[in-house]
Design a binder for this molecule. Structure first.
Ligand SMILES: C[S@@+](CC[C@H](N)C(=O)[O-])C[C@H]1O[C@@H](n2cnc3c(N)ncnc32)[C@H](O)[C@@H]1O
Length: 325
């Protein structure tokens, strides 16, 4: 049977008479009420209850913890990210292929598009948070790296760091006044300048690695949705931290080659990523109608993510006013 017909037949089988309903194999007998009686939330839950099917076992794969060992996805910890297995599981479930167009309206770290690219499936993602937009569009670039490519660039970049002019950062953002010791902040600012002088895709890739070391070089630690300050924390030197990150990326380049030899070697399946508010799609240039939408479980949407990107954004010269807003 033609792939598309098979897919439609499978979806019909899954959805019965209701084309919008998505049913999965496993039935969950009990359901905990997580909202107040008579609340707007309850009305919404009731209105859509025939369309919602819970599969609680997926809980363990919607958290970034499952990405701890995933090539590339382990590099920048975006706590609310899906795991690779979560996205891959759904792509397989729907037998997605290159004729599909996967859409993640809340793209976050970019797991959905990154995983789609690995499987040669075109995809599009949107996030309104600049750091999420940035990582969503940068993560797939790592898939195009050759062995030792990044290591060589890092070797030629390191002697330039100390000679670089310290980059401007949003020092008026309150957390920047307490997050780093003076010497570390100076090195980070010089490192940022040296990275800014690289050409793309290396600038973006190095910037993602740079963002990923900020926490270990700072007196802060992620705690729930906040950054907690701990002046007694043992901090890493930015250069050592970058050395470790580069080694990690190089290891991942090798692992990816072993794991999947058929990853696209070109940018044919490079995802489209937009910095936008998903509630208004009027400016989004979809290549075609998305055929698969993967988004976070609605119950997780209660968290304000902006706090997470604060330090990264401060290095990206976003005005403090924008941050506060
Ligand atoms: C749980 S994360 C998404 C996880 C993502 N699928 C991944 O694998 O990393 C939710 C994301 O939704 C974004 N977001 C929340 N409201 C949004 C909106 N109205 N428009 C666009 N993005 C939004 C947040 O910035 C956050 O990055």
């Amino acid at each position: 049977m033609d792939m598309n017909l098979r897919k439609i037949a499978m979806q019909k089988e899954l959805t019965g008479n209701n084309p919008q309903q998505i049913l999965f194999a496993e039935e969950i007998p009990t359901k905990k009420i997580l909202y107040l009686p008579n609340s707007k939330r309850e009305k919404l839950e009731n209105k859509f209850k025939n369309l919602i099917h819970e599969e609680l076992k997926l809980g363990s794969v919607v958290s970034y913890v499952g990405n701890k060992n995933s090539p590339f996805l382990r590099i920048y910890r975006y706590k609310e990210a899906f795991t690779f297995d979560f996205v891959m599981g759904f792509l397989r479930r729907f037998e997605a292929d290159s004729t599909d167009y996967v859409f993640d309206p809340f793209s976050g770290l970019g797991t959905t598009m990154y995983t789609s690219m690995i499987y040669g499936i075109p995809s599009v993602g949107i996030d309104k948070l600049p750091i999420a937009y940035f990582s969503s569009k940068t993560l797939p670039l790592l898939l195009l790296l050759k062995e030792n490519e990044l290591k060589e660039i890092w070797t030629s970049l390191t002697p330039k760091i100390q000679k670089s002019e310290p980059a401007e950062v949003a020092l008026d953002v309150p957390i920047m006044k307490v997050a780093f010791d003076e010497q570390t902040l100076l090195t980070l600012r010089k490192l940022k300048s040296a990275i800014d002088d690289l050409s793309n895709p290396y600038r973006d890739i190095f910037l993602l690695l740079f963002f990923s070391i900020l926490e270990e070089c700072s007196f802060t630690s992620k705690d729930g949705q906040f950054l907690r300050l701990n002046r007694n924390k043992k901090i890493s030197s930015p250069i050592d931290a970058m050395n470790r990150k580069i080694a990690q990326v190089e290891e991942d380049v090798r692992r990816m080659k072993l794991l999947s030899s058929d990853i696209p070697k070109n940018d044919k399946f490079m995802p489209d990523v937009y910095l936008a508010d998903t509630r208004d799609l009027s400016d989004i240039r979809f290549k075609k109608k998305p055929t698969i939408i993967i988004l976070l479980p609605h119950r997780l949407m209660l968290i304000d993510m902006t706090i997470r990107g604060l330090m990264c954004l401060s290095y990206a010269f976003i005005l403090s006013r924008t941050l506060r807003n």
